[in-house]
Design a protein around this ligand. Sequence first.
Ligand code: ADP
Ligand code: MG
Length: 236
Amino acid sequence: MKILEVNNLTMRFGGLTAVDSLNLSIEKGEILGLIGPNGAGKSTAFNCIAGVYTPTEGEVRFDGQITKREKPWDLCKRGLARTFQIVKPFASKSVLYNVMVGAFATTDKRAEAEEKAINVLKTLNFEDKKDFRSGDLTIADRKRLEIARALATEPSLLLLDEVMAGLRPGEVDEMVEIIRFLRDQGVTIFVIEHIMRAIMALSDRIVVIHFGKKIAQGTPREVAADENVIKAYLGG
Ligand code: ADP
Ligand code: MG
């Protein structure tokens, strides 16, 4: 069953077509990778899917239902969560506070939100830092916080935008493990990532975009061998 369907999605900023008639879908339980050169339109596509932008054209269906006019928070309550490429936790607030913000998508009771947040932090082996000021975290821990906050909304579909950027190799491996673990818990995952070995290892399928258009899709092995992909991206 498809959890997400993107049909003919187009997003223009003035004269610039950032996403151009994009079609793709994700099966429940899948990890779908999205790759492409800088400026290809990946983050813009995520913003359209997550309700941050209203697409110029096209349609997004989440859980069988068209998302038109649904705002990010509404979609979040429906089970669609995203992280941002630029991590923006409330810097002066604690880790726990930031994760509770996510948990309020599923409850309006403070005690319940706190309990859910603590559970997520435990799941991510992050509970020991719950009282840290978010602004003082290392990059790797800020990425972990971003995932914790998204996870606290209890998503069925999680969009991850470059959660591995800036991480050291060991930290990348750890993040790959976290993402696999989330999938094993039943979360469907749509992931943008530049670190090739990570996206190749993680994804069941990969969609490649260039200038907003899909140029290839298939298994990691198939896209890595695709001539258009090598020319546009992998060949650098
Ligand atoms: P990617 O995430 O693949 O690197 P983006 O989706 O961030 O690419 O950007 C795609 C194109 O759209 C780029 O040319 C970028 O400059 C442009 N763009 C992105 N967001 C905006 C915006 N809010 N206003 C105008 N142009 C934008
Ligand atoms: Mg981006």
